[in-house]
Design a protein around this ligand. Sequence first.
Ligand code: ATP
Ligand code: MG
Length: 563
Amino acid sequence: MAVNTGAANFIHAIINEDLETGKYGGRVHTRFPPEPNGYLHIGHAKSICLNFGTAARYNGLCNLRFDDTNPTKEEVEFVESIKADVRWLGFDWEDRLYYASDYFEQIYEFAVQLIKLGHAYVCDLSAEEIREYRGTLTQPGRNSPYRDRSVEENLDLFRRMRAGEFEDGSRVLRAKIDMTSPNLNMRDPVMYRILRQTHHRTGDNWCIYPMYDFAHPLSDYLEGITHSICTLEFEDHRPLYDWYLEVLGLENRPQQIEFARLNLTHTVMSKRILRQLVEEGIVNGWDDPRMPTISGLRRRGVTPAAIRDFCDRIGVAKSNSTVDIGLLEHCIREDLSKNAYRVMAVLRPLKVVIENYPEDLVEELDAENNPENPAMGSRKIPFSRVLYIEQEDFLEDPPKKYFRLSPGKEVRLKHAYIIRCEQVIKDERTGDIVELRCTYDPTTRSGLESGNRKVKGTLHWVSAPHAIKAEVRLFDHLFLARNPAEEKDELGYRAVLNPNSMEVLTSCLVEPGLAAATPDQRYQFLRQGYFALDPEDSGPGNLVFNRIVSLRDSWAKIRNSGN
Ligand code: ATP
Ligand code: MG
């Protein structure tokens, strides 16, 4: 594969320059470094596509590295889900699966070296005092009284920190940089803390753990990373990233490059909030189809191709912004419109009896599977005397320009005949409409020469004796507000939860072919949207469909109105 030298974003421009100057001997090596403390979401997908995509573009490599320097309890579950999600998105780390915790010994040795070089010291101030000594954006910090300990004393204390001689929180190892630096990150940042916590990989081997800012550049260095791509909030940490590597005198130092994280309207991307939604039962797990998690999107029926396309289109920028969720939905629709089978399903059934259709006749009618993709062929669907249409496709007392069914009016049944409504039958007690008596015009069968007579409305339907029962779940945004994480209300995002984010319809009827549906097959239910089987809740004889996305393209509307 030839190296593409054009730059599609500012990161490529940096890499192109590095390739020209031979900075890394022509190597491009990136990594995706998730912290295994939650499930991946669509924002992570942006980072995954960027890191793996950049490596692929330059014939380089991309590692998957678990940034597990902070011991927490349930990490194993998260590690497994993250691996599954990256793979499902279509990326391959081959044999380069790493854990920052695998470097604990080497990182410890680097710390010892920094002490020996006089660039790190053990400090006995409490967390509270360290904060106090640090100063503020407008006030310089003050030196810790422990700053001038001798190298020997520091080496001894640090060794004993590791050996478990001191209480949690009683001492830390700090870098000796500059307490007056305008950049707070450079005011003698903490490198190691004492923490008696079992780690999911190293168990109880360690009671001291390195801070992210210290461990990260060294992990990058140890893996031979060239371009360490991260989100903008780390921009102010870059001088520290560089400082550790420089002071240690390391060669071929990786460089940190920051890009703007993805924010989506009507969505939260904070792992803390997503975790609360799960733990408080506001959603049904990390893979709830309403969640912005990769597992939620997958369960909902979104394809990896649609997510990759979305990540491509949003691009990579240097300043934060919020992307309209309509763009994601647009990408999902574009992907599905070409490949989804178009079938008929009635979500809220209304019985229709065709009075002049023979009692025992069943016709097998031709139905194309996707008019945009003739290669997908056609299928047969049964038509009979008793049918179901959508309740909302009938109005007894219609307004002008209502082209669906109403008394005395005609509509076409898709792939079938034109029918006319002759009589409305109601429940005597409730007054609800329970059945329509109609007649059909046998000369109007679709596909027949004589069948071309035009009427304004076309409805979807199913044949009553042949249809299969199904449950259908319709989703809406989880949040009513465009930027739920910014809610000022004391309830925060909870104040703007959408109470109608999921609607469950349990008496839907779908055409008989859908008995053979599998979760990886996507369908367009005519006039209703795109659907796929729920992989968790469906089983033999129990069809549960999730609506992936409706047909209404709000993004196209937004875009067109901008012209
Ligand atoms: P935490 O607050 O727990 O650190 P995080 O969202 O930063 O959460 P990480 O597991 O540290 O999660 O993220 C892994 C990688 O994904 C990081 O490089 C991070 O910058 C990137 N990333 C996280 N969220 C987004 C986002 N919304 N858009 C783009 N990249 C993101
Ligand atoms: Mg992070």
